[in-house]
Design a protein around this ligand. Structure first.
Ligand code: IVH
Length: 677
């Protein structure tokens, strides 16, 4: 017992230390520790919590990751609606707003009046998504999106992955405390994610706001954690006992939020009068590029919060605040042509070619047109005079067609029927607004297809990474994915930094890949919408890739979890690639399911030891399960055991295991391991 309580103390101390470092880093922007030191603290905490799960809590720093994926986000009715803001674009809009407020407040505000106006607090308008966080008795209970303002979606587990959002308040506070603010993605994180997406051939996010809102809606929190979202708090609502908890000036309230553990944007400023705003706005319009995050304007708030209720609200916005939007950068030009390009996934997208103009300091002559629907909605024609705009997006977009200026000579934009890279017919897949080149051998898609084909999750051809693939394609050593099986030692030796040893190693890996299972091969081929899970399922049901070639959409869709999108993609793949089955056979692949070799089993080589009783299985049953999956069950504790499974009433082996720092897991995790197969 004494032993346990000292462990508990250490756990509490570690959590406090980690929280404190987080606070210094994310709220005070100070570095107080090296990454390595931080990681060591975190790892130590993780180990202790693993070994003593009775001390796990959901507000521990380790609870930020590892939550199970959800199937939906449950709805959440906001206790106080999340309104939006009225917009203003110039000083005269702001004056009108001020006059209306003064009139509503009557003479009561005479004390606030300096030179005929109120005192204001101006904040940057962060271009992200608003979020509401609920703390109950100091602990983060829930995070919800704005939704329609009244009902949002609970995205709590995703919110917890954002390290700058505290899991508990720094100061005690009983009752419900709501903090609202903006979740955003910094420009560096945005660029990094888009670069990665481009490499993978995934569609790009148009701007950091879309990336942030898309990321919040991912059902798997582990993926959200990789998106590196950030947060600024700007509002607090408290209806607990002590009404004086929240300061009655906005400027002070933000300091209070900071003390409570929340990151607050540092550029908020008190303005003695609305006249100061123009200078302030101009400064930020010029400086916005230098910020690490996107802003789309300013928010001007009356600093005296005690006036907020008295001013009330309109249907959608409170009167105490107003947004001052920066003007989007627009320019007028003429559409000269539309070119169509095939992306690495096969999607064919239109780009506008325009007369060159200056826009936001740079020369531009290309703009994105997204897809066919976008062109149809704008009713755009070649020769049209148009307005283009550079908002938060990197690439300018066409926003308006000036139809009044049409001469009658404008021409319809022709939608291509054949692929601009390989001339094969294009497909318009149902339910998707794009047009696609589904030719497996399309040169524009080759590099990506081959990289996927060779990737670890697919055929696992070690040494055939992106750099090598690019060279092989550039040097015209291969034209199609399967040409990789014709490659010779002399070919490989032509590549940069490729010695004899690594070349023959690669050749060997290519040869070995022919032995991979049918499901991996099916996944490797890269049929749209056929991921590894679907591939496994198809092989389980049909037993062979060859059979898939002659199936109809109806028979495929009769399998549960195979929807019309997947079915139509499979049918269209084999229709356009009739020769592929024969080619795979010629190479020597096994297209049918073969009893898996031990190496492919998920627990192959892993060692287990059981101590205590499990609820779900008897000991022999558990042993059989592990062995079926390729694992080995030991009876005695040894140094290199992979898992020690502790059931009810574990014996002395558990203690021994802990002393040796072995990985101890409990029934739930054991079941996840064996059932996740
Ligand atoms: S105050 C009643 N302050 O702008 C809403 N909003 O266009 C009170 N926003 O929905 C909002 N930065 O998502 C406020 N410093 C800031 C803000 C801010 C960004 C967003 C917020 C709001 C939207 C309105």
């Amino acid at each position: 017992m004494t032993d346990n309580s000292s462990v508990h103390k250490e756990i509490l101390k570690l959590r406090k230390e980690i929280d404190e470092h987080n606070y210094k880093y994310y709220v005070l922007s100070q570095t107080s520790i090296t990454d390595k030191e931080y990681d060591d603290l975190y790892k130590r905490l993780q180990e202790l919590e693993e070994a003593y799960p009775e001390f796990k809590t959901n507000d521990s720093p380790t609870a930020r990751i590892g939550a199970e994926p959800l199937s939906v986000f449950p709805p959440y009715a906001h206790p106080a609606p999340m309104l939006s803001l009225e917009n203003s674009y110039n000083l005269s809009d702001l004056r009108n707003w001020e006059i209306r407020n003064l009139r509503l407040l009557g003479n009561d505000v005479s004390l606030d009046l300096f030179g005929g106006g109120l005192e204001y607090f101006v904040e940057l308008k962060i271009d992200g998504v608003s979020i509401s966080l609920l703390y109950e008795n100091g602990k983060l209970e829930l995070g919800a999106t704005r939704g329609n303002g009244f009902v949002g979606e609970m995205v709590t587990e995703n919110i917890k992955t954002i390290k700058s959002i505290p899991l508990h308040l720094r100061k005690e506070l009983t009752g419900s405390f709501i903090v609202r603010g903006e979740i955003y993605m910094s420009k560096p994180s945005f660029n990094k994610i888009n670069t990665e997406r481009q490499k993978k051939g995934d569609s790009l996010f148009a701007n950091p706001r879309n990336a942030a809102s898309g990321s919040l809606k991912i059902l798997d929190p582990t993926v959200v954690a990789e998106r590196k979202l950030s947060f600024f708090a700007y509002e607090a609502i408290y209806d607990g006992n002590d009404k004086n908890v929240i300061p009655d000036k906005q400027s002070e309230m933000l300091k209070f939020l900071k003390d409570m553990g929340f990151p607050v944007n540092p550029y908020g400023t008190i303005l003695g009068s609305i006249n100061g705003l123009e200078d302030f706005a101009q400064r930020w319009e010029e400086n916005r590029e230098s910020l690490e995050y996107e802003i789309d304007g300013l928010v001007i708030k009356i600093n005296n919060r005690s006036l907020y209720d008295r001013l009330g609200k309109t249907a959608k916005a409170p009167r105490y605040a107003i947004a001052y939007k920066f003007t989007a950068h627009q320019a007028k030009t003429r559409l000269l042509d539309v070119i169509w390009q095939v992306g690495r996934t096969g999607i064919v997208t239109p780009t506008a070619v325009m007369e060159e103009v200056f826009l936001a300091g740079t020369k531009v002559k290309r703009a994105t047109l997204h897809n066919i629907d976008f062109i149809t909605d704008l009713d755009l024609k070649i020769g049209d005079n148009i307005f283009i705009e550079k908002g938060g997006d990197i690439i300018p977009k066409v926003v308006t067609v000036i139809k009044e200026e049409r001469s009658g000579d404008e021409e319809e934009i022709k939608i291509p029927e054949i692929c601009p890279a390989c001339s094969s017919p294009l497909t318009r897949l149902e339910e998707e607004s794009g047009i696609w080149c589904t030719n497996w051998n399309c040169p524009a898609q080759m590099e990506r297809k081959l990289t996927h084909f060779a990737s670890r999750e697919a055929l696992n051809i070690e040494g055939l990474g992106e750099a090598i693939v690019t060279q092989l394609v550039q040097k015209k050593l291969i034209e199609h994915v399967l040409d990789i099986y014709r490659i010779k030692l002399e070919d490989l030796l032509q590549l940069e930094r490729m010695g004899k040893k690594s070349a023959s190693k690669l050749l060997n890996a290519i040869e070995m890949s022919k032995k991979q299972s049918a499901e991996k091969l099916l996944f490797a081929i890269g049929i749209r919408h056929v991921g590894i899970t679907v591939a496994k399922l198809l092989i389980q049901v049909y037993g062979s890739i060859e059979i898939l070639k002659d199936l109809s959409e109806e028979s495929l869709s009769s399998i549960q979890t195979i929807g019309p999108k997947i079915a139509s993609s499979i049918v269209s793949f084999f229709r356009t690639q009739p020769e592929i089955i024969d080619r795979l056979k010629e190479i020597g692949f096994n297209l049918a399911e073969i009893p898996s070799l031990n190496e492919n089993l998920i627990l192959s080589g892993k060692t287990f030891l059981f101590t205590g009783e499990l609820n779900s299985y008897t000991r022999p049953e558990a042993k059989e399960k592990v062995e079926k999956l390729g694992g080995i069950v030991k009876d005695t504790i040894v140094k290199n055991l992979d898992y020690v499974v502790a059931g009810n009433k574990p014996g002395g082996k558990l203690e021994k295991a802990r002393k040796l720092n072995l990985r101890v897991i409990y029934e739930e995790e054991f079941l996840q391991i064996i059932e996740g197969s």
